[in-house]
Design a protein around this ligand. Structure first.
Ligand SMILES: [Zn+2]
Ligand SMILES: [Zn+2]
Length: 307
């Protein structure tokens, strides 16, 4: 059996949809932030808010991950846990948070799931979300993913008592695997009755190049107006299946035929290694055909993109 490892952290660009030129940074309660900006190192504690208008790096003491709040001026602060880097880009500022992969999974599952979802549907979402984080490559330059539907929605940390966090813990490290690789599992809101195979979309050669998971058209228990690309997991259908008492495993087997669910080991990032390298679904023993992962470049659609 192949030992799959995936990176321990992901680099996610946050709040970019606000086209920020300034951020407001605050420690979460009881936290100490170490801020490096303009050649100076500053310690931020208590209620103090620091405006960031240029390149900066923020962490806890000794470069540790830390819990902080970040806002665009006049906006509602969002909470993150990780290490923050502010980079200038095309007249705006990018805020890139390096966060623990499981932290990102929980945050996305929370953003993707309304209150009152069946728990097994949320667990299925957690596995799909983690697979996408581990299996999708070259979505962006200089960081791994954004926080919009271009990649996957993320609106800050999942609440500590949330079902999203419990679903993440209950599926810790689990991903969808096809022919030995983690698949960049896609999902959409409502397939309308049948999901689509890649061959039925117009993304062939664009979104997910072969070899990769081809997806299959499967019947969905829920009809209705289609919303989204209809490839992979149907979120409404998954909820319906879970309401009938089926497990996340059954749901995932239904929407991703031919895949298996495997618990992967976490690879700690090497100091200053590029995130893209970390994200590769590399095997413990390097094998020549891992090179094909590079072929997923220039994906035209995200996990959940509506195109
Ligand atoms: Zn994106
Ligand atoms: Zn459906």
């Amino acid at each position: 059996m192949l030992a799959l490892t995936i990176a321990a952290t992901v680099h996610i660009s946050v709040l970019g949809s606000f086209h920020p030129v300034q951020f407001e940074l605050q420690p979460a309660q009881g936290q100490t932030l170490v801020v490096e900006a303009q050649g100076r190192t500053e310690v931020l504690q208590g209620e103090r808010m620091l405006p960031l208008t240029g390149p900066a790096r923020v962490s806890g003491r000794n470069g540790a991950m830390v819990h902080f709040r970040l806002a665009v001026p006049g906006g509602v602060p969002r909470e993150y846990n990780g290490r923050l880097e502010i980079r200038p880009s095309a007249g705006e500022l990018l805020a890139i948070v390096e966060m623990d992969r499981e932290t990102a999974v929980a945050a996305i599952v929370e953003a993707e799931g309304a209150a009152g979802l069946p728990f097994e549907a949320r667990k299925a979402q957690a596995v799909v979300t983690r697979s996408y984080l581990a299996g999708a490559h070259n979505r962006h330059q200089g960081f791994d993913f954004c926080d919009t539907e271009h990649c996957q929605l993320l609106k800050g940390l999942a609440h500590p008592t949330s079902a999203a966090l419990r679903a993440t813990l209950a599926t810790h490290g689990q991903v969808l695997v096809y022919k030995g690789d983690v698949i960049a599992a896609m999902y959409s809101a409502n397939c309308g009755g049948h999901t689509k195979s890649l061959a039925q979309t117009n993304w062939e050669g664009a979104a997910i190049r072969q070899p990769g998971y081809p997806y299959f058209s499967v019947a969905c228990p829920l009809r209705g107006k289609a919303s989204g690309h209809g490839v992979g997991l149907c979120q409404m259908g998954a909820i319906e299946i879970a309401r009938h008492g089926y497990s996340a495993r059954i749901i995932l087997g239904h929407y991703f035929p031919g895949t298996s669910i495997e618990a992967v080991a976490t690879r700690q990032p090497k100091a200053a290694a590029t995130s893209r390298t970390q994200l590769s679904a590399a095997r413990a023993v390097p094998m020549p055909h891992t090179a094909h992962l590079a072929l997923t470049a220039n994906a035209g659609t995200g996990a959940r993109a509506t195109q």
